[in-house]
Design a protein around this ligand. Structure first.
Ligand code: ADP
Ligand code: MG
Length: 409
């Protein structure tokens, strides 16, 4: 059995020639440790850089704002392909035999959903052959081909999912995700400087953090890893350090039987650009209420933090959908209020349901800072709070302190 490792390099990690040399060093170190390595790359750089995904997308939209989704997928898939060719050429120059592949060539079969495709099958025979011959395949992330040969992209963060799917299909020992932060952190370091790296975290927690806005890894990638028991490590390209190991709860190096002493909260995530809607009825109106939710669903708008009382319904939508929701509500003659400029902050931890008083602590610490809680929502390992956008940095800091996330992990 070959010892296989998948390494995924994000947009910033392949953006410059200097960084690509570091990438080669990482790959070469893994080869020296006896691994056969599969590389997955994202498009080079961020919006504005020549071959970044957003740049390619705007290039098409410049000419005609209504470009078909099929065509958009075709142009957006080029960024990763360019990146794969450049990376494979860099490897060859450094004496490592490599071969660039599109997602389709690597065997990723998608479901036909343009812009947000899911992988339904993975046929890694070609990759296996290359690995047998000690060739390093460099796979374009974020894309696949559907049953009728159409190219699909997988949505923002899709390369993470490509890497984990290949890891599962090839029975890789681990998948390493290289990015511009030293691992999964207790909060987004762009919002909180003192955020710390989490050494180990469960699939469930990372998945929840990712859903709630921590974009460091794609939630679908974590789901696939969890279902297939793939060990994932998130690390920084430019710094040494172990990074974060994402694994199953039973594999965490902690007391296996007792939850005592376990931390209540592992990390904090946030989402900005939310608008809260309040719909008011003068008397209970189940049919009217149903129609509102149906129309919003038909418009393919996701709603979140949903609270339904007999006369009042509240929910949030992303800023970009707020006009459309207003149109729907006006069309149905609904009475409503909106609160723009909201943000959602979510605390996540497998330990929280075993520890009483978590909500009390949240409320107490936010109130002490004069931060108004507009709405809440929860699941078994998450509590989410809707607050004013302007309060976000202070709220992250307050909850980070209050749940002692600066302490050792
Ligand atoms: P890549 O291009 O490598 O995929 P991303 O931009 O998708 O990189 O993800 C890395 C970014 O995720 C970081 O720069 C950081 O600002 C952000 N981030 C948000 N929440 C967290 C968190 N909890 N831990 C680490 N990074 C986070
Ligand atoms: Mg990413």
């Amino acid at each position: 059995m070959l010892k296989i490792m998948v390494q995924k390099y994000g947009g910033t990690s392949v953006s410059t020639a200097d960084k690509r040399v570091l990438v080669v060093q990482r790959i070469s170190a893994a080869l020296q440790e006896g691994y056969r390595v599969v590389v997955v790359v994202s498009a080079m750089g961020r919006d504005g850089d020549s071959y970044a995904t957003d740049t390619l997308k705007s290039l098409a939209l410049q000419e005609y704002s209504d470009v078909a989704r099929r065509e958009l997928d075709l142009i957006m898939s080029c960024g990763e392909i360019i990146s794969a060719v450049v990376m494979s050429a860099t490897l060859s120059r450094e004496g490592i035999t490599a071969c660039a592949l599109s997602g389709a060539q690597a065997g990723l079969v998608t479901d036909g959903c343009y812009g947000g495709a899911e992988v339904v099958d993975c046929r890694p025979e070609k990759l296996k052959e290359m690995l047998e011959q000690t060739i390093v395949p460099v796979v374009a992330g974020f894309q696949g081909v559907d049953a009728v040969g159409e190219l699909n992209t997988m949505g923002r963060g899709g390369s993470d999912t490509t890497a984990v799917i290949l890891g599962a299909a090839l029975h890789a020992e681990k998948v390493e995700i290289y990015t511009d932060v030293p691992g999964i952190m207790t909060a987004d370091p762009r919002v909180l400087k003192e955020a710390r790296v989490i050494e180990q975290i469960t699939y469930g927690e990372v998945c929840q953090l990712a859903y709630e806005g921590a974009r460091v890894i794609h939630p679908r990638a974590v789901e696939v890893a969890m279902r297939n028991n793939v060990n994932v490590v998130v690390r920084n390209l430019e710094e040494e350090g172990p990074g974060t190991l994402i694994t199953g709860e039973h594999l965490m190096q902690e007391g296996s039987f007792s939850t005592r002493g376990r931390r209540a909260v592992s990390g904090i995530a946030h989402t900005t650009d939310l608008v809260q809607f309040f719909i008011q009825f003068t008397e209970p109106n189940p049919m009217g209420e149903l129609e509102i939710f149906q129309r919003i669903a038909e418009a393919e708008i996701n709603i979140d933090l949903i609270s339904v009382f007999p006369l009042v319904k509240a929910f949030t939508v992303k800023d970009e959908h707020s006009l459309k929701v207003e149109q729907i509500l006006k069309g149905l003659d609904a009475q409503y209020l909106i609160d723009p400029d909201c943000a959602k902050i979510s605390i996540v931890g497998v330990g929280m349901h075993a520890i009483p008083g978590v909500m009390a602590r949240v409320v107490e610490s936010l109130h002490a800072q004069g931060i108004k809680i507009k709405q809440t929502g929860d699941s078994n390992i998450t509590i989410s709070l809707l607050i004013g956008k302007q309060d976000l940095p202070k709220a992250v800091k307050t909850l980070h302190d209050s749940f002692q996330l600066n302490g050792s992990h």
